[in-house]
Design a protein around this ligand. Structure first.
Ligand code: BDR
Ligand code: CA
Length: 326
């Protein structure tokens, strides 16, 4: 297979918003390893873990791979409206697979994530791409506080929602959107260019337990941590494979040719007692929509991905392509 980077952008400058999070860790490992991306900063938000633990996990991971200095900023510790949710158990007690990594030496910057985002965007010569892998509270606050900053956002890639697959937090809603539905509505319905990476492609890319074991013994620290996280999820779900989750959304930024993208009007459901946090897509024909006078915001949604291509992209970025049998 030819390199997926062949068709990638050249060092696309990006900001990542995360709730690290085992699969956010995989996403960060891919983003930091990929020559296609230039990570200008990482902002943290409560989600998979409490905010302080999300920050600790992010710093721990960066130390473990001896990443070059990159700003990490703590952001919102709760949703705009909803009460805080208990961290979901699937990511382990520490939220990052309980790998026993040493405590971080590096520290977060003092600025709040929203201020860091504003400054980074305002100071950038060109609009930047945001990769959002968590509840959208930081990003919604940014857009509410600084509406003009949207001009400096090239595109928001958002892991969230469900297109034609069940939710993972309620029957209708996906975790990131359900954690903060108001924030999701503010961001996804902002009219800014959005590419949604919903649960449909999220559920299509995985490593097997055998590959996880091989990775955990591979040379690079990034591959070894990836293997450890894959094996953690295999143990938790009692499965012989584990999704790469948020890392797939990063792969879609690096290699958009590996994704099938469709454009639909979309709306975040805020009020239904059984459907709060659901992402509703208007799949009617253009004619039907016009007749009904629909005014939902159009967004791009990734409905499926080339899993083999993204598995290879991830493994090769970590220097562990030899673990793939195919
Ligand atoms: C999303 O929720 C979190 O558990 C994952 O990190 C991912 O961002 C999937 O629903
Ligand atoms: Ca996440």
């Amino acid at each position: 297979m030819s390199s997926a980077y062949d068709c990638a952008h050249t060092s696309l400058p990006v900001l990542l918003d995360v709730d690290t999070g085992g699969d956010d860790a995989l996403a960060l490992l891919l983003a930091m390893a990929s020559p296609a991306l230039e990570v200008r900063g990482i902002t943290c938000v409560a989600g998979n873990q409490r905010l302080d633990q999300v920050v600790t996990n992010t710093l721990t991971l960066l130390d473990a791979i001896e990443a070059p200095p990159v700003a990490v900023a703590a952001g919102m510790d709760r949703a705009i409206l909803d009460a805080g949710r208990a961290p979901p158990p699937l990511h382990g007690k520490d939220g990052m697979g309980d790998l026993g990594l040493p405590a971080p030496r590096r520290t977060a910057i003092e600025a709040h994530a929203v201020e860091f985002l504003r400054r980074s965007l305002a100071d950038a010569a060109e609009p930047l791409t945001l990769i959002c892998l968590a509840p959208l509270t930081n990003i919604a606050m940014l857009l509410l506080m600084y509406p003009q900053i949207g001009e400096k956002i090239a595109r928001l890639y958002v892991m969230g929602g469900a297109f034609a697959t069940p939710g993972n937090t309620t029957p209708a809603a996906e975790f990131n959107i359900r954690c903060d539905p108001e924030a999701a509505a503010i961001v996804l319905q902002s009219g800014l260019p959005v590419t949604l990476y919903p649960l449909d492609p999220f559920r299509q890319v995985w490593f097997t337990q055998e590959e996880g074991t091989a990775m955990s013994q591979a040379g690079s620290m990034a591959a070894s941590i990836t293997g450890g996280i894959v094996l953690h999820y295999c143990r938790y779900f009692e499965a012989d494979y584990a999704l790469i989750g948020d890392a797939g959304a990063v792969a879609a930024v690096i290699d958009p040719m590996g994704a099938t993208t469709e454009r639909y009007p979309m709306h975040v459901e805020l009020f239904g007692s059984a459907t709060r946090g659901a992402t509703v897509f208007d799949l009617r024909s253009d004619r039907q929509r016009e007749r009904a006078g629909g005014d939902w915001t159009q967004i791009d949604v990734i409905t499926q991905v080339d899993a083999a291509r993204y598995r290879w992209l991830m493994a090769s970025a970590l220097g562990a392509e030899e673990i793939l049998k195919e």
